[in-house]
Every structure is written in C-alpha cells, then in structure tokens.
Ligand binder design. Structure first.
Ligand code: NAD
Ligand code: DAU
Length: 355
C-alpha cells in the first residue's frame, strides 16, 4: 500500500492511474483538491476498491497520522504542491504553506510512524519526495545540463519553496536516518495537465481561437518529459533507489518555447484545420515573466546508469499523443476550467468535513 499526496493533480493522477494499471498496488490518495486537483481525472477508478481518496491537507498532522496508522503504507510518494511559477509570483504565501510547511508536517508524521515500525517494515519504508529542476536555477546557452551535484540557486518563489522542501527532506535523512528518496524532474507534459501550463494552455486557447501568449522573446528553453515516462521513473526510484540519494529525471528534449508553440500549431493544423488560416497566426509575444529562467536541461545519467531508466517517448511522439488527448477530452478541459466542477465538489464535501 502506498500513500500518495497530490494524486488528483496532473502528475499525481497519472501516477495513481498508471501504478494501479501496472502494479495493482493499493493506494491511499491524500489531496486537498485545490483549483489544480480534479476528481474527474480519477473518474475511471471511482469504483476501484484499491484506490481510497481522502480529501485533506498534508499540513493537517492529525489527519496524516491517522492515515499512516490506519493504512500502514510501505511508502509515501509526495507530489502535493503549489506548482505554478506565475501564481507564485502573484501570491507566494500558499507556496510556503504547502510546499515548505506542508512537506515538513509530512516528514514529521512519517518519522514518527517509521520509528515505530517493526524491523523488516522499517527497513523497507521509503519517503519519496517529488521535486523539480527549477531548484538549480537557470542555465546559459552553453552550460552543461543540471546534475545532482549542481548547487541550488532557485529564482522564483515556487522554486525557492521546492528547494526549502528538498533541504528538509535531505536533513531528515541525514539527522534521523529517515529513508528518503528525492527526484528532481524537468517540465512534464501529457494528459490531464491543468490548462494554466504552457502546452495545455496553448492547445486550449488555439481551439478557442484565442491569442497564444508567448512570454518575452520565446527563446527560453525547457527540457520536456512525457508524464508517463516520469511516473515510471518515480516507480523505478521507489523500488531500487538508494535511501538518501537524489535522482535527476529529464526527457532529453530541450526545446525553445516558440518552437513548442509552433509545433502545437502544426499538429492542430493537421488534426483540426482552422477556417481562417494556420493556428500560428494567433501567436503573440507578450510581456515577460519577472525573473524568467532562461534555460533548464537535465543530465539524467545517474538514473540511467544506476537504475536503468530511460524515457520511452520522444518529444514529437509525446506531443502528438498530448494534442490528440486534448482534442478527445474537451469535456475534461471545459469542466476543470469552468468552475462548475469545483462548485460541485464544494457542495458535495462542504458538510462532510475531512474524510
Ligand atoms: P498540480 O498543481 O497539477 O497538482 C498538485 C496537486 O496537489 C493538486 O491535486 C492539489 O489539489 C494538491 N495539493 C495542493 N496543496 C495541497 C495540500 N496542502 N495538501 C494536499 N494536497 C494539496 O502539480 P503537478 O504538475 O502534478 O506537480 C506535482 C509535483 O511535481 C509537484 O510537487 C511539483 O512541484 C512537481 N513537479 C512538477 C513538474 C511539472 O512540469 N508539472 C515538473 C517538476 C516537478
Ligand atoms: O521545470 C519544471 C517546472 O516546470 C515545474 O517544477 C513546475 O511545477 C511547472 O509548472 C513547470 O514550470 P515552468 O514555469 O517551466 O512551466 P510553464 O508551463 O508555466 O512555462 C513553460 C515555459 O513557457 C516558461 O518558459 C514560461 C513560458 N510560458 C508559459 C505560459 C503559461 C509562456 O511563454 N506563455 C505562457 O502563457
């Protein structure tokens, strides 16, 4: 049994669905259902007895303690976070509360639980913390990709909050011996991503015939990782990673933002031609993100050499699948963005309290 946090978000939901399909291991899924969490993403397992959904906050220590005592998971896989850089610029407080304080609360309860486990269970227990390449800062055009040993230099409030969490995880291993694993991954993309992030935002806006806002000069580079490759990497680290270690995960697919947007436009031109001309006519360069990191790139050599993981998707194959998924799942997009679904969840859960 795994305790997954943030399993109604983009990567967490993909992890829950793919883990149930591939290993069948039961999962308790603790998620606060912020604007970014959607039970609709988990609709296909709504009646699956192996999945227990609990609406709650990782910073609610009594709730976390109760879940650990009741379900006795062999591992915690920690995805829950505030994850959007632009939102962290507008309002950093929630990022500190969830990403730093929330992770601390989880670590404290994990430690208390782990310390009381009997021998074999104690040895097998893992706390896997999912982090980001953004903790390493920004690369110049000719710099080598980030390695696990690259010094931390976070630039946005989001990145700083994730760096804070990473340091706490490291300290809990070093000081208390908690068997932690940290994964730092690059930009994920794929099905079920909330349309505030670059790729789903561009697809949704193009289909609505709205301008496609590219920040600054569009030359910023990200290293794109297909979400199911990432989920497989997390499972690999969980099974075979060495406690106390960190593992960088990347797609080996560096692309400039403007090229990503043009590629999306080209795929849509083919799949659903626009009546008034190519989708690329909608591209607009807009004011840059403050402190916008220029380039991220991951050296995934350690996880490849030590654990044998490599991505299965190329950026081209992954993007084609992603565009197809959004075309086929317009109802999901409309529901998660309209607010109607959130209103329904509010009504449904308001009188129930924490599960
Ligand atoms: P997301 O924003 O789509 O989902 C986050 C989930 O966490 C949501 O379901 C939300 O309801 C839940 N959550 C937020 N605060 C919570 C709290 N206090 N208690 C319980 N649940 C809470 O995020 P994502 O893109 O799926 O990212 C998942 C993890 O991966 C995050 O830790 C993020 O920092 C990391 N990451 C993401 C990317 C990426 O490209 N998306 C890349 C690198 C690392
Ligand atoms: O690198 C890993 C990180 O990737 C994760 O830790 C974050 O959780 C995740 O949100 C993502 O951060 P980015 O800031 O890189 O992702 P985003 O999709 O917001 O932006 C990708 C690039 O596209 C970035 O250079 C900003 C640019 N952009 C983004 C948006 C939303 C635009 O040009 N226009 C936009 O409208």
């Amino acid at each position: 049994m795994l305790l997954v946090t943030g399993g109604a978000g983009f990567i967490g939901a993909n992890f829950v669905l793919s883990t149930l399909a591939e290993t069948g291991e039961p999962i308790v899924n603790l998620d606060k259902l912020t604007y970014a969490g959607n039970l609709r993403s988990l609709a296909s397992i709504a009646a699956d007895a192996r999945h227990t959904f609990v609406r709650g906050d990782i910073a609610d220590r009594p709730l976390v303690a109760r879940l650990l005592a009741e379900h006795r998971p062999r591992a915690i896989v920690h995805f829950a976070a505030e994850s959007h850089v632009d939102r962290s610029i507008h309002g950093p407080a929630e990022f500190i509360r969830t990403n730093v304080v929330g992770t601390f609360c989880l670590l404290e309860e994990a430690r208390a639980y782990w310390e009381k486990l009997p021998g074999a269970e104690r040895d097998a227990f893992r706390f896997l913390h999912v982090s980001t390449d953004e903790v390493y800062g920004s690369l110049g055009p000719d710099d080598p990709p980030f390695r696990e040993t690259t010094p931390y230099a976070p630039n946005s409030p989001y990145a700083a909050s994730k760096a804070g969490a990473d340091h706490m995880v490291r300290a809990y291993h070093h000081t208390y011996g908690l068997p932690t694993l940290t994964t730092n991954c690059s930009n994920n993309y794929g099905p079920l991503q909330f349309p505030e992030k670059l790729i789903p935002l561009m697809i949704a806006r193009a289909l609505a015939d709205e301008p496609l806002p590219v920040y600054g000069d569009g030359q910023n580079v990200r290293d794109w990782l297909y979400v199911l490759d990432h989920c497989r990497a997390v499972r690999t680290v969980l099974e075979r990673g060495r406690p106390g270690e960190t593992y960088n995960i990347g797609g080996g697919a560096e692309r400039r933002n403007i090229d990503v947007v043009r590629e999306i436009c080209a795929l849509l031109d083919e799949a659903r031609p626009r009546r008034t001309g190519p989708y690329s006519a909608l591209i607009r360069f807009v004011a840059d993100r403050p402190g916008h990191d220029r380039r991220y790139a991951m050296d995934a050599g350690k996880i490849r050499r030590e654990l044998g993981w490599t991505p299965a998707e190329t950026f081209e194959s992954g993007l084609a699948k992603t565009v197809r998924w959004y075309l086929d799942n317009q109802a999901w997009v409309n529901e998660v963005t309209s607010g109607a679904y959130r209103d329904w969840i509010e009504r449904n859960y308001a009188k129930r309290g924490a599960a």
